[in-house]
Design a protein around this ligand. Structure first.
Ligand code: UDX
Length: 467
Protein backbone atom coordinates (compact mmCIF):
# COMPACT_ATOMS: atom_id res chain seq x y z
CA UNK A 1 0.00 0.00 0.00
CA UNK A 2 1.34 3.43 -0.97
CA UNK A 3 0.38 6.87 0.23
CA UNK A 4 -0.58 9.00 -2.73
CA UNK A 5 -1.72 12.57 -3.30
CA UNK A 6 -3.62 13.47 -6.46
CA UNK A 7 -3.78 17.20 -7.18
CA UNK A 8 -6.84 18.29 -9.14
CA UNK A 9 -10.26 16.64 -8.97
CA UNK A 10 -11.27 16.97 -12.63
CA UNK A 11 -11.88 13.98 -14.91
CA UNK A 12 -8.36 12.60 -14.72
CA UNK A 13 -7.69 13.40 -11.05
CA UNK A 14 -10.96 12.12 -9.69
CA UNK A 15 -10.90 8.91 -11.70
CA UNK A 16 -7.20 8.27 -10.97
CA UNK A 17 -7.73 8.99 -7.25
CA UNK A 18 -10.74 6.67 -6.98
CA UNK A 19 -8.97 3.93 -8.95
CA UNK A 20 -5.74 4.13 -6.93
CA UNK A 21 -7.88 3.74 -3.79
CA UNK A 22 -9.53 0.74 -5.47
CA UNK A 23 -6.04 -0.74 -5.95
CA UNK A 24 -5.49 -0.55 -2.19
CA UNK A 25 -3.54 2.71 -1.86
CA UNK A 26 -4.31 5.49 0.59
CA UNK A 27 -5.21 8.50 -1.51
CA UNK A 28 -5.66 12.18 -0.66
CA UNK A 29 -7.38 14.11 -3.43
CA UNK A 30 -6.50 17.82 -3.34
CA UNK A 31 -8.40 20.66 -4.95
CA UNK A 32 -8.18 24.40 -4.33
CA UNK A 33 -11.90 24.79 -5.02
CA UNK A 34 -13.48 24.52 -1.56
CA UNK A 35 -16.97 24.07 -3.01
CA UNK A 36 -15.80 21.05 -5.01
CA UNK A 37 -13.99 19.56 -2.03
CA UNK A 38 -17.07 19.96 0.20
CA UNK A 39 -19.29 18.42 -2.44
CA UNK A 40 -16.97 15.42 -2.80
CA UNK A 41 -16.79 15.02 0.98
CA UNK A 42 -20.59 15.07 1.12
CA UNK A 43 -20.79 12.27 -1.41
CA UNK A 44 -21.60 14.16 -4.61
CA UNK A 45 -20.38 12.64 -7.89
CA UNK A 46 -19.63 15.62 -10.13
CA UNK A 47 -19.19 13.77 -13.45
CA UNK A 48 -21.17 11.19 -15.38
CA UNK A 49 -18.81 8.23 -15.44
CA UNK A 50 -19.63 4.54 -15.27
CA UNK A 51 -18.52 2.84 -12.00
CA UNK A 52 -17.26 6.10 -10.48
CA UNK A 53 -20.18 6.42 -8.04
CA UNK A 54 -19.53 2.86 -6.82
CA UNK A 55 -15.81 3.49 -6.32
CA UNK A 56 -16.35 6.79 -4.52
CA UNK A 57 -18.94 5.17 -2.27
CA UNK A 58 -16.63 2.21 -1.59
CA UNK A 59 -13.57 4.25 -0.64
CA UNK A 60 -14.76 7.68 0.54
CA UNK A 61 -13.50 8.40 4.08
CA UNK A 62 -11.73 5.06 4.10
CA UNK A 63 -8.87 4.96 1.62
CA UNK A 64 -9.93 8.14 -0.19
CA UNK A 65 -10.12 11.56 1.41
CA UNK A 66 -10.58 15.09 0.01
CA UNK A 67 -8.84 18.26 1.11
CA UNK A 68 -7.82 21.76 0.08
CA UNK A 69 -4.56 21.49 2.05
CA UNK A 70 -1.84 20.81 -0.54
CA UNK A 71 1.08 21.00 1.91
CA UNK A 72 -0.38 18.43 4.31
CA UNK A 73 -1.27 16.07 1.45
CA UNK A 74 2.26 16.30 0.01
CA UNK A 75 3.87 15.67 3.39
CA UNK A 76 1.75 12.56 3.91
CA UNK A 77 2.50 11.05 0.47
CA UNK A 78 5.14 8.95 -1.29
CA UNK A 79 4.04 10.07 -4.74
CA UNK A 80 2.16 13.19 -5.84
CA UNK A 81 0.20 13.03 -9.09
CA UNK A 82 -0.45 16.38 -10.77
CA UNK A 83 -3.78 16.24 -12.61
CA UNK A 84 -4.70 19.92 -12.92
CA UNK A 85 -6.08 21.50 -16.08
CA UNK A 86 -3.85 22.48 -19.01
CA UNK A 87 -6.31 24.52 -21.11
CA UNK A 88 -5.21 25.91 -24.48
CA UNK A 89 -4.00 29.50 -24.71
CA UNK A 90 -5.21 31.67 -27.60
CA UNK A 91 -2.42 30.45 -29.87
CA UNK A 92 -3.07 26.79 -29.05
CA UNK A 93 -0.22 26.14 -26.60
CA UNK A 94 -1.05 24.35 -23.36
CA UNK A 95 -1.40 26.81 -20.49
CA UNK A 96 0.90 25.32 -17.86
CA UNK A 97 0.44 28.01 -15.23
CA UNK A 98 -1.66 25.70 -12.99
CA UNK A 99 1.01 23.00 -13.24
CA UNK A 100 3.67 25.56 -12.34
CA UNK A 101 1.77 26.87 -9.37
CA UNK A 102 1.21 23.32 -8.04
CA UNK A 103 4.93 22.56 -8.52
CA UNK A 104 5.75 25.65 -6.43
CA UNK A 105 3.26 24.53 -3.80
CA UNK A 106 4.74 21.03 -3.62
CA UNK A 107 8.35 22.27 -3.37
CA UNK A 108 7.95 23.68 0.13
CA UNK A 109 6.60 20.44 1.59
CA UNK A 110 9.23 17.98 0.44
CA UNK A 111 10.60 16.56 3.68
CA UNK A 112 11.61 13.05 2.50
CA UNK A 113 12.04 11.34 -0.90
CA UNK A 114 8.95 11.74 -3.08
CA UNK A 115 8.05 11.28 -6.70
CA UNK A 116 6.18 14.06 -8.46
CA UNK A 117 4.21 12.68 -11.37
CA UNK A 118 2.65 14.54 -14.30
CA UNK A 119 -0.70 12.96 -15.02
CA UNK A 120 -2.21 15.85 -17.00
CA UNK A 121 -1.46 15.85 -20.72
CA UNK A 122 1.51 18.16 -21.03
CA UNK A 123 4.05 19.06 -23.70
CA UNK A 124 7.51 17.55 -23.80
CA UNK A 125 9.94 19.28 -21.39
CA UNK A 126 7.26 19.84 -18.75
CA UNK A 127 8.94 17.39 -16.38
CA UNK A 128 12.20 19.31 -16.80
CA UNK A 129 10.39 22.55 -15.99
CA UNK A 130 8.64 21.10 -12.96
CA UNK A 131 12.02 20.02 -11.61
CA UNK A 132 13.54 23.47 -12.24
CA UNK A 133 10.62 25.25 -10.57
CA UNK A 134 10.78 22.97 -7.56
CA UNK A 135 14.54 23.51 -7.18
CA UNK A 136 14.08 27.29 -7.47
CA UNK A 137 11.51 27.06 -4.69
CA UNK A 138 13.82 25.29 -2.29
CA UNK A 139 13.07 21.58 -2.82
CA UNK A 140 16.24 19.58 -1.97
CA UNK A 141 17.42 17.95 -5.27
CA UNK A 142 18.12 14.55 -3.71
CA UNK A 143 14.62 14.33 -2.16
CA UNK A 144 12.51 14.21 -5.31
CA UNK A 145 12.25 12.99 -8.88
CA UNK A 146 9.78 14.09 -11.54
CA UNK A 147 8.10 11.45 -13.71
CA UNK A 148 5.53 11.38 -16.49
CA UNK A 149 2.70 8.86 -16.30
CA UNK A 150 0.25 9.74 -19.06
CA UNK A 151 -3.38 8.72 -18.79
CA UNK A 152 -5.21 7.32 -21.81
CA UNK A 153 -8.68 7.26 -20.32
CA UNK A 154 -11.75 8.03 -22.37
CA UNK A 155 -14.73 9.83 -20.99
CA UNK A 156 -17.59 7.47 -20.24
CA UNK A 157 -15.29 4.46 -19.80
CA UNK A 158 -12.61 6.18 -17.75
CA UNK A 159 -12.76 3.80 -14.78
CA UNK A 160 -12.44 0.63 -16.86
CA UNK A 161 -9.79 2.30 -19.04
CA UNK A 162 -7.77 2.95 -15.87
CA UNK A 163 -8.22 -0.52 -14.39
CA UNK A 164 -8.00 -2.47 -17.68
CA UNK A 165 -5.57 -0.39 -19.74
CA UNK A 166 -3.94 -1.49 -23.01
CA UNK A 167 -0.65 -0.51 -21.36
CA UNK A 168 0.73 1.60 -18.54
CA UNK A 169 3.43 4.09 -19.51
CA UNK A 170 5.93 5.20 -16.91
CA UNK A 171 8.38 7.89 -17.93
CA UNK A 172 11.06 8.03 -15.26
CA UNK A 173 14.69 9.09 -15.45
CA UNK A 174 15.94 7.27 -12.33
CA UNK A 175 15.49 3.67 -11.18
CA UNK A 176 14.31 4.76 -7.76
CA UNK A 177 11.55 6.85 -9.27
CA UNK A 178 10.50 4.09 -11.71
CA UNK A 179 10.28 1.67 -8.77
CA UNK A 180 7.86 3.94 -6.86
CA UNK A 181 5.60 4.18 -9.90
CA UNK A 182 5.79 0.46 -10.55
CA UNK A 183 4.58 -0.08 -6.95
CA UNK A 184 1.59 2.20 -7.59
CA UNK A 185 0.48 -0.06 -10.46
CA UNK A 186 1.64 -3.41 -9.03
CA UNK A 187 -1.93 -4.69 -8.36
CA UNK A 188 -2.61 -4.25 -12.11
CA UNK A 189 0.69 -5.33 -13.68
CA UNK A 190 1.06 -8.22 -11.21
CA UNK A 191 -2.55 -9.25 -11.95
CA UNK A 192 -3.71 -9.42 -8.29
CA UNK A 193 -6.51 -6.92 -8.83
CA UNK A 194 -8.14 -9.08 -11.50
CA UNK A 195 -8.46 -11.95 -9.04
CA UNK A 196 -10.39 -9.85 -6.48
CA UNK A 197 -14.04 -10.94 -6.26
CA UNK A 198 -15.09 -7.30 -5.94
CA UNK A 199 -13.04 -6.03 -8.88
CA UNK A 200 -14.88 -3.75 -11.30
CA UNK A 201 -15.86 -5.85 -14.35
CA UNK A 202 -13.64 -5.21 -17.36
CA UNK A 203 -14.41 -5.17 -21.06
CA UNK A 204 -14.75 -8.61 -22.64
CA UNK A 205 -11.70 -8.13 -24.85
CA UNK A 206 -9.48 -6.76 -22.04
CA UNK A 207 -6.07 -8.35 -22.05
CA UNK A 208 -4.83 -8.59 -18.47
CA UNK A 209 -2.46 -8.04 -16.85
CA UNK A 210 -1.43 -4.99 -18.86
CA UNK A 211 2.17 -4.45 -19.94
CA UNK A 212 4.21 -1.78 -18.21
CA UNK A 213 6.19 0.37 -20.63
CA UNK A 214 9.12 2.15 -19.00
CA UNK A 215 10.59 5.12 -20.88
CA UNK A 216 12.35 8.38 -20.24
CA UNK A 217 10.12 11.21 -18.98
CA UNK A 218 10.40 13.02 -22.33
CA UNK A 219 9.39 9.94 -24.31
CA UNK A 220 6.35 9.44 -22.09
CA UNK A 221 5.31 13.05 -22.64
CA UNK A 222 5.57 12.55 -26.38
CA UNK A 223 3.72 9.22 -26.31
CA UNK A 224 0.60 10.90 -24.97
CA UNK A 225 0.54 13.72 -27.53
CA UNK A 226 1.49 11.49 -30.43
CA UNK A 227 -1.13 8.93 -29.46
CA UNK A 228 -3.99 11.44 -29.43
CA UNK A 229 -2.76 13.05 -32.64
CA UNK A 230 -2.64 9.66 -34.36
CA UNK A 231 -6.17 8.76 -33.26
CA UNK A 232 -7.49 12.14 -34.44
CA UNK A 233 -5.67 11.57 -37.73
CA UNK A 234 -7.48 8.23 -38.16
CA UNK A 235 -10.81 9.99 -37.69
CA UNK A 236 -10.01 12.78 -40.15
CA UNK A 237 -8.67 10.22 -42.61
CA UNK A 238 -11.87 8.23 -42.58
CA UNK A 239 -13.93 11.43 -42.81
CA UNK A 240 -11.98 12.38 -45.96
CA UNK A 241 -12.59 8.87 -47.35
CA UNK A 242 -16.31 9.23 -46.51
CA UNK A 243 -16.44 12.41 -48.63
CA UNK A 244 -15.00 10.55 -51.58
CA UNK A 245 -17.46 7.71 -51.02
CA UNK A 246 -20.28 10.22 -51.30
CA UNK A 247 -18.91 11.63 -54.54
CA UNK A 248 -18.61 8.25 -56.23
CA UNK A 249 -21.64 6.56 -54.67
CA UNK A 250 -19.69 4.06 -52.57
CA UNK A 251 -20.55 3.08 -48.99
CA UNK A 252 -18.00 4.11 -46.37
CA UNK A 253 -19.03 1.30 -43.98
CA UNK A 254 -18.04 -1.24 -46.62
CA UNK A 255 -14.80 0.61 -47.32
CA UNK A 256 -13.95 0.78 -43.60
CA UNK A 257 -14.67 -2.92 -43.22
CA UNK A 258 -12.19 -3.55 -46.02
CA UNK A 259 -9.42 -1.32 -44.73
CA UNK A 260 -9.96 -2.00 -41.01
CA UNK A 261 -9.54 -5.74 -41.60
CA UNK A 262 -5.90 -5.12 -42.42
CA UNK A 263 -4.31 -5.92 -39.05
CA UNK A 264 -1.76 -3.16 -39.62
CA UNK A 265 -4.60 -0.62 -39.66
CA UNK A 266 -7.27 -2.09 -37.37
CA UNK A 267 -10.99 -1.34 -37.35
CA UNK A 268 -11.16 1.09 -34.40
CA UNK A 269 -11.38 4.87 -34.66
CA UNK A 270 -12.54 4.67 -38.24
CA UNK A 271 -16.12 5.79 -37.68
CA UNK A 272 -16.94 8.73 -39.93
CA UNK A 273 -19.18 11.49 -38.66
CA UNK A 274 -19.38 15.16 -37.78
CA UNK A 275 -15.83 15.11 -36.43
CA UNK A 276 -14.07 14.65 -33.14
CA UNK A 277 -14.62 16.91 -30.14
CA UNK A 278 -14.16 16.69 -26.39
CA UNK A 279 -11.69 18.03 -23.92
CA UNK A 280 -8.67 16.20 -25.33
CA UNK A 281 -8.31 15.80 -29.09
CA UNK A 282 -8.91 19.42 -30.18
CA UNK A 283 -6.70 20.81 -27.40
CA UNK A 284 -3.96 18.19 -27.69
CA UNK A 285 -3.66 18.57 -31.44
CA UNK A 286 -3.14 22.31 -31.14
CA UNK A 287 -0.66 21.79 -28.32
CA UNK A 288 1.28 19.10 -30.20
CA UNK A 289 1.46 21.34 -33.27
CA UNK A 290 2.86 24.15 -31.09
CA UNK A 291 5.39 21.79 -29.51
CA UNK A 292 6.52 20.68 -32.96
CA UNK A 293 6.77 24.27 -34.17
CA UNK A 294 8.87 25.25 -31.17
CA UNK A 295 11.19 22.35 -31.91
CA UNK A 296 11.58 23.63 -35.47
CA UNK A 297 9.29 21.06 -37.13
CA UNK A 298 6.36 22.29 -39.17
CA UNK A 299 3.86 19.44 -38.57
CA UNK A 300 1.52 20.29 -41.45
CA UNK A 301 -0.14 16.90 -41.31
CA UNK A 302 -1.76 18.07 -38.08
CA UNK A 303 -3.04 21.26 -39.77
CA UNK A 304 -4.83 19.08 -42.27
CA UNK A 305 -6.28 16.79 -39.57
CA UNK A 306 -7.72 19.88 -37.86
CA UNK A 307 -8.99 21.37 -41.12
CA UNK A 308 -10.79 18.19 -42.17
CA UNK A 309 -12.34 17.95 -38.72
CA UNK A 310 -13.74 21.47 -38.91
CA UNK A 311 -14.96 20.91 -42.45
CA UNK A 312 -17.11 17.98 -41.28
CA UNK A 313 -19.60 20.25 -39.50
CA UNK A 314 -19.94 22.35 -42.65
CA UNK A 315 -20.48 19.21 -44.71
CA UNK A 316 -23.23 18.22 -42.32
CA UNK A 317 -24.86 21.66 -42.50
CA UNK A 318 -24.77 21.44 -46.30
CA UNK A 319 -26.63 18.14 -46.01
CA UNK A 320 -29.29 19.80 -43.85
CA UNK A 321 -29.71 22.52 -46.50
CA UNK A 322 -29.81 19.91 -49.25
CA UNK A 323 -32.57 18.07 -47.39
CA UNK A 324 -34.63 21.06 -46.30
CA UNK A 325 -33.75 23.84 -48.76
CA UNK A 326 -34.30 26.94 -46.59
CA UNK A 327 -33.67 26.85 -42.86
CA UNK A 328 -35.43 29.91 -41.44
CA UNK A 329 -38.44 28.86 -39.36
CA UNK A 330 -37.77 25.13 -39.75
CA UNK A 331 -38.40 23.05 -36.65
CA UNK A 332 -35.68 20.46 -36.15
CA UNK A 333 -35.40 17.57 -33.72
CA UNK A 334 -31.81 17.17 -32.52
CA UNK A 335 -30.77 13.93 -30.85
CA UNK A 336 -27.50 14.36 -28.99
CA UNK A 337 -25.54 17.34 -27.73
CA UNK A 338 -22.59 15.70 -25.95
CA UNK A 339 -19.35 15.35 -27.94
CA UNK A 340 -19.88 11.58 -27.99
CA UNK A 341 -22.27 9.03 -26.52
CA UNK A 342 -21.92 7.93 -22.90
CA UNK A 343 -20.91 11.29 -21.47
CA UNK A 344 -22.53 14.53 -20.36
CA UNK A 345 -19.56 16.55 -21.60
CA UNK A 346 -20.26 19.36 -24.06
CA UNK A 347 -16.72 20.64 -24.40
CA UNK A 348 -15.77 21.23 -28.06
CA UNK A 349 -18.82 19.21 -29.05
CA UNK A 350 -19.38 19.35 -32.81
CA UNK A 351 -23.10 18.89 -32.03
CA UNK A 352 -23.15 22.19 -30.15
CA UNK A 353 -21.32 23.98 -33.00
CA UNK A 354 -23.90 22.66 -35.48
CA UNK A 355 -26.86 23.59 -33.26
CA UNK A 356 -25.50 27.14 -32.90
CA UNK A 357 -25.25 27.54 -36.69
CA UNK A 358 -28.79 26.24 -37.14
CA UNK A 359 -30.17 28.60 -34.52
CA UNK A 360 -28.35 31.46 -36.20
CA UNK A 361 -29.95 30.46 -39.48
CA UNK A 362 -33.37 30.85 -37.82
CA UNK A 363 -34.25 27.22 -37.05
CA UNK A 364 -36.22 26.19 -34.00
CA UNK A 365 -34.63 23.26 -32.23
CA UNK A 366 -36.07 20.66 -29.88
CA UNK A 367 -33.08 18.79 -28.47
CA UNK A 368 -32.81 15.61 -26.47
CA UNK A 369 -29.70 14.16 -24.85
CA UNK A 370 -29.90 11.47 -22.16
CA UNK A 371 -27.12 13.02 -20.04
CA UNK A 372 -25.94 16.37 -21.39
CA UNK A 373 -29.23 18.25 -21.69
CA UNK A 374 -29.03 19.61 -18.14
CA UNK A 375 -25.63 21.25 -18.77
CA UNK A 376 -26.75 22.44 -22.17
CA UNK A 377 -29.88 24.07 -20.75
CA UNK A 378 -27.70 26.04 -18.31
CA UNK A 379 -25.47 27.45 -21.03
CA UNK A 380 -27.98 27.60 -23.90
CA UNK A 381 -30.38 30.44 -23.37
CA UNK A 382 -30.83 30.98 -27.13
CA UNK A 383 -34.22 31.82 -28.48
CA UNK A 384 -35.53 28.95 -30.52
CA UNK A 385 -33.89 26.22 -28.40
CA UNK A 386 -35.98 23.87 -26.27
CA UNK A 387 -35.22 20.62 -24.49
CA UNK A 388 -37.36 17.51 -24.68
CA UNK A 389 -37.69 14.76 -22.07
CA UNK A 390 -37.53 11.91 -24.55
CA UNK A 391 -36.32 11.37 -28.10
CA UNK A 392 -39.90 11.00 -29.35
CA UNK A 393 -40.97 14.26 -27.67
CA UNK A 394 -38.20 16.02 -29.58
CA UNK A 395 -39.36 14.43 -32.84
CA UNK A 396 -42.99 15.49 -32.44
CA UNK A 397 -43.98 17.70 -35.36
CA UNK A 398 -40.37 18.28 -36.48
CA UNK A 399 -39.52 19.03 -40.11
CA UNK A 400 -36.54 16.66 -39.81
CA UNK A 401 -34.56 14.61 -37.35
CA UNK A 402 -30.84 15.33 -36.92
CA UNK A 403 -28.68 12.75 -35.09
CA UNK A 404 -25.56 14.39 -33.70
CA UNK A 405 -24.26 12.09 -30.94
CA UNK A 406 -23.72 8.35 -31.02
CA UNK A 407 -25.73 7.38 -27.95
CA UNK A 408 -26.74 3.72 -28.07
CA UNK A 409 -30.40 4.62 -27.55
CA UNK A 410 -30.37 6.69 -30.75
CA UNK A 411 -29.28 3.63 -32.72
CA UNK A 412 -32.30 1.72 -31.43
CA UNK A 413 -35.18 4.08 -32.16
CA UNK A 414 -38.60 2.68 -32.89
CA UNK A 415 -38.54 3.82 -36.51
CA UNK A 416 -42.29 3.54 -37.04
CA UNK A 417 -42.88 5.69 -34.00
CA UNK A 418 -40.27 8.15 -35.24
CA UNK A 419 -41.97 8.23 -38.64
CA UNK A 420 -45.33 8.97 -37.05
CA UNK A 421 -43.94 11.70 -34.81
CA UNK A 422 -42.11 13.59 -37.55
CA UNK A 423 -43.92 16.13 -39.70
CA UNK A 424 -41.75 15.13 -42.66
CA UNK A 425 -39.98 11.77 -42.69
CA UNK A 426 -36.46 13.15 -43.06
CA UNK A 427 -33.45 11.96 -41.05
CA UNK A 428 -29.99 13.49 -41.33
CA UNK A 429 -27.58 11.32 -39.39
CA UNK A 430 -24.17 12.75 -38.49
CA UNK A 431 -23.09 9.47 -36.85
CA UNK A 432 -24.13 6.80 -39.36
CA UNK A 433 -26.20 4.91 -36.80
CA UNK A 434 -28.47 3.28 -39.41
CA UNK A 435 -28.31 1.38 -42.66
CA UNK A 436 -29.83 3.44 -45.49
CA UNK A 437 -31.90 0.46 -46.72
CA UNK A 438 -33.53 0.01 -43.30
CA UNK A 439 -34.50 3.66 -43.14
CA UNK A 440 -35.99 3.50 -46.62
CA UNK A 441 -37.99 0.42 -45.61
CA UNK A 442 -39.52 2.49 -42.82
CA UNK A 443 -40.46 5.27 -45.19
CA UNK A 444 -37.70 7.60 -44.06
CA UNK A 445 -35.56 9.77 -46.33
CA UNK A 446 -32.09 9.24 -44.92
CA UNK A 447 -28.90 11.25 -45.34
CA UNK A 448 -25.70 10.18 -43.59
CA UNK A 449 -21.93 10.58 -43.79
CA UNK A 450 -20.38 8.68 -46.69
CA UNK A 451 -23.28 6.31 -47.26
CA UNK A 452 -25.69 6.56 -50.19
CA UNK A 453 -28.82 8.63 -49.49
CA UNK A 454 -31.98 6.58 -49.02
CA UNK A 455 -35.23 7.72 -50.60
CA UNK A 456 -38.17 5.39 -49.98
CA UNK A 457 -40.54 4.77 -52.86
CA UNK A 458 -43.60 5.48 -50.77
CA UNK A 459 -42.23 8.81 -49.57
CA UNK A 460 -44.27 11.04 -51.86
CA UNK A 461 -47.64 9.58 -50.89
CA UNK A 462 -46.90 9.42 -47.17
CA UNK A 463 -45.50 12.95 -47.09
CA UNK A 464 -48.55 14.22 -48.94
CA UNK A 465 -50.76 12.39 -46.50
CA UNK A 466 -49.02 14.10 -43.59
CA UNK A 467 -49.05 17.51 -45.20
C1 UDX B 1 -9.71 10.65 -26.02
C2 UDX B 1 -8.73 9.48 -26.13
O1 UDX B 1 -9.40 8.35 -26.71
C3 UDX B 1 -8.17 9.12 -24.75
O2 UDX B 1 -7.20 8.09 -24.89
C4 UDX B 1 -7.53 10.35 -24.15
O3 UDX B 1 -7.04 10.09 -22.85
C5 UDX B 1 -8.52 11.51 -24.10
O4 UDX B 1 -9.05 11.75 -25.42
P1 UDX B 1 -12.23 11.00 -25.27
O5 UDX B 1 -12.04 12.46 -25.57
O6 UDX B 1 -12.94 10.63 -24.03
O7 UDX B 1 -10.83 10.24 -25.25
O8 UDX B 1 -13.10 10.40 -26.47
P2 UDX B 1 -12.94 9.34 -27.65
O9 UDX B 1 -13.80 8.18 -27.37
O10 UDX B 1 -11.53 9.07 -27.95
O11 UDX B 1 -13.60 10.19 -28.84
C6 UDX B 1 -13.08 11.47 -29.20
C7 UDX B 1 -13.92 12.10 -30.28
O12 UDX B 1 -13.72 11.43 -31.52
C8 UDX B 1 -15.43 12.06 -30.03
O13 UDX B 1 -16.00 13.27 -30.44
C9 UDX B 1 -15.90 10.90 -30.90
O14 UDX B 1 -17.25 11.04 -31.27
C10 UDX B 1 -14.96 11.04 -32.08
N1 UDX B 1 -14.74 9.78 -32.81
C11 UDX B 1 -14.13 8.73 -32.20
C12 UDX B 1 -15.13 9.70 -34.13
O15 UDX B 1 -15.67 10.65 -34.71
N2 UDX B 1 -14.87 8.54 -34.82
C13 UDX B 1 -14.25 7.47 -34.24
O16 UDX B 1 -14.07 6.46 -34.94
C14 UDX B 1 -13.89 7.57 -32.89
Amino acid sequence: MMKLAVIGSGYVGLVAGACFAELGHEVILVDNDAVKVNALQRGDVPIHEQFLPELLERHRNRRLSFTGDLAAAVKASDAIFIAVGTPPTEDGEADLSYVESVARGIAGSIDRYKVVVEKSTVPVYTSTWIRKIMLLNGAPPELFDVASNPEFLREGTAVTDFLFPDRIVIGADTLRCAEVLRECYQPLVGGAYYLCPEAIPGPEDASVPPPLICTSAKSAELIKHACNAFLAMKISFVNAVASICESVGANVKQVVHGIGSDSRIGPRFLRPGIGYGGSCFPKDLLAFRSVARECGYDFRLLDEVIRINEEQRHRFLRKVRKALWTLKGKRLAVLGLAFKGGTDDLRESPAIAIVKCLLQAGCEIAAYDPAAAGHAAESFAHRGMSFADTAYDALQGADALLILTDWEEFAALDLDRAYDALRYPIVIDGRNLYEPELMAEHGLVYYSMGQPDAVPEKRATRTLKLA
